[in-house]
Design a protein around this ligand. Structure first.
Ligand code: ATP
Ligand code: MG
Length: 453
């Protein structure tokens, strides 16, 4: 197979500058792998024998970010990482190397990498004379191209030893297997199974980063099944592992975990919040199995989802969006809902979450073996769109009277009672939007005050 690697112009410019200064220059890792696979490559990482100090001299303005030899260089408006060839030593806590040793050999640099398919370089060593531009080519000492052709994920070196050095590699393995739709080679998979317990040493942030990448795969279920079968799931996401074996009367012969994974796969890959919610939407079911069964699972599930996402250090805003959707995923629409009912539904869910909730329900329907638009989802969408097109009043800010009007016209003092009256007015306007005019609302407020005596 002839492989054509065509990095963006900025990367080529960086490589040429390194060669012109008498250094080796290669692109390595994910971008080489993805190009060979015919997938779009995103981050192009470079490797060179130039030491970090030297890189900063060659590329003025570059940033030396960490002690692992990675320098960030901007070229044509894009920041690229250039890493000095290195070997890693003295791993501590199954996480990071304590000591790195810089080297001049691209082969040694490739041997420290996690999987053969990630250990291919494309480029050239230092040119014999600074004027000459070397001819770049592939460096593939570990058989990465053959493994790409066979769609196989294989650890570099002895798998168990590599996973004990850095437990994150096991999580990367299942994520990459799902994203690339590769099979994990048996000895590599066995080593994951044997060392799954070490996944507890991976920080929440790093698990979350892998989880997000897994959730963007065409079929994340591949990765979650590998996690379940290897024991990683029980350690990293026990709340999800608890769904295995729980019966569902949705699809013949499938359990709650199967339903969750079908729902995740059916959710749109380019909507991370919806995908994550799909994963967690029924997370409350295992603990509510004796209540009904599953009565209130969306409320219990919201709490479980909060603690799970907090443990993984998800950003607060993302957690809030997902938890809100979990809590509201059990709506049942009937075509005989009045327009006020539709408006109250929009108010409860919130305009900014409604599209996500509909996308979740469509996926949940598919995950239950139903048509995506089952239970008249299309009808509800249509009615919600019609209400929103009418610019309906859904919060206090759009009321025709505000707190200061009530204070001026009715002599009300500022305070919690004022807020209560405004909320009551809002409810009345949602029930009947024609009430949203100043005179009507002042009259209604006055009669409320009279009723309160
Ligand atoms: P993607 O960017 O598509 O998620 P990637 O393989 O490029 O996948 P990065 O995290 O960008 O992943 O890492 C770049 C390269 O660094 C990898 O291809 C691999 O060669 C190496 N690498 C990353 N993480 C590890 C690790 N934990 N152990 C060993 N090598 C690693
Ligand atoms: Mg990458």
């Amino acid at each position: 197979m002839t492989v054509r690697i065509a990095p963006p112009a900025g990367v080529v410019a960086l490589m040429e500058r390194l060669w012109a200064h008498g250094h080796a220059a290669y692109v390595v890792g994910g971008s080489v792998r993805d190009t060979i696979l015919g997938r779009p490559a995103d981050d192009w990482d470079l490797a060179s024998d130039a030491l970090p100090q030297r890189l900063i001299e060659i590329f003025p303005g570059a940033d030396y970010e960490n002690r692992f030899g990675t320098v960030s260089v901007r070229e044509l408006g894009v920041a690229y990482q250039v890493t000095t060839f290195r070997t890693d030593h003295d791993y501590a806590d199954f996480r990071r190397p304590h000591r790195v040793e810089f080297g001049t050999d691209v082969g040694l640099d490739l041997a420290r990498r996690d999987f053969t398919v990630n250990a291919i370089a494309w480029g050239a060593g230092a040119p014999p004379d600074a004027a000459g531009r070397p001819t770049p080519g592939l460096v593939d000492p570990l058989g990465g191209v053959a493994d790409i052709d066979a769609r196989t994920l294989r650890a570099v070196g002895e798998p168990a030893a590599r996973f004990r050095e850095d437990a994150l590699r096991m999580v990367r393995a299942v994520r990459l297997a799902a994203v690339l739709e590769f099979t994990i080679e048996p000895a590599t998979f066995e080593a994951i199974r044997a060392n799954a317990a070490l996944a507890g040493h991976v920080s929440g942030e790093r698990v979350a980063a892998e989880l997000q990448k897994l959730l963007s795969a065409a079929r994340p279920s591949i990765g979650f099944r590998l996690m379940a079968d290897s024991g990683l799931l029980e350690l990293m996401l026990p709340e999800l592992a608890a769904q295995r074996g729980i019966a569902q009367n949705k699809i013949e012969g499938e359990d709650l975990f199967d339903h969750t994974l079908r729902t995740v796969d059916a959710a749109p890959a380019d909507r991370p919040v919806v995908r994550l919610t799909a994963l967690l939407h029924d997370i409350g079911k295992p603990s509510t199995i004796d209540d009904g069964p599953f009565r209130g699972h969306e409320v219990v599930g919201a709490d479980i989802a909060t603690s799970l996402l907090d443990r993984l250090h998800y950003p607060r805003t993302a957690t809030e969006r997902v938890v809100h959707l979990v809590r509201n995923h059990m709506f049942t629409y009937e075509p005989d809902w009045g327009d006020a009912g539709v408006r109250r539904f929009i108010q409860r869910v919130g305009v900014s979450s409604i599209d996500d909730l509909f996308a979740l329900r469509a996926a949940d329907n598919i995950g239950s073996g139903l048509d995506p638009e089952a239970h008249d989802l299309a009808g509800l969408r249509h009615r919600v769109a019609a209400e929103l097109a009418d610019a309906v009043v859904l919060d206090r800010s759009r009321l025709a009277v505000h707190g200061n009007d009530l204070m001026a016209e009715l002599g009300l003092p500022a305070g919690p009672n004022l807020g209560r009256i405004l909320d009551a007015l809002l409810e009345l306007v949602i029930a009947d939007p024609k009430r949203n005019d100043r005179a009507t609302l002042l009259l209604l407020a006055e009669s409320m005050l009279a009723d309160e005596g």
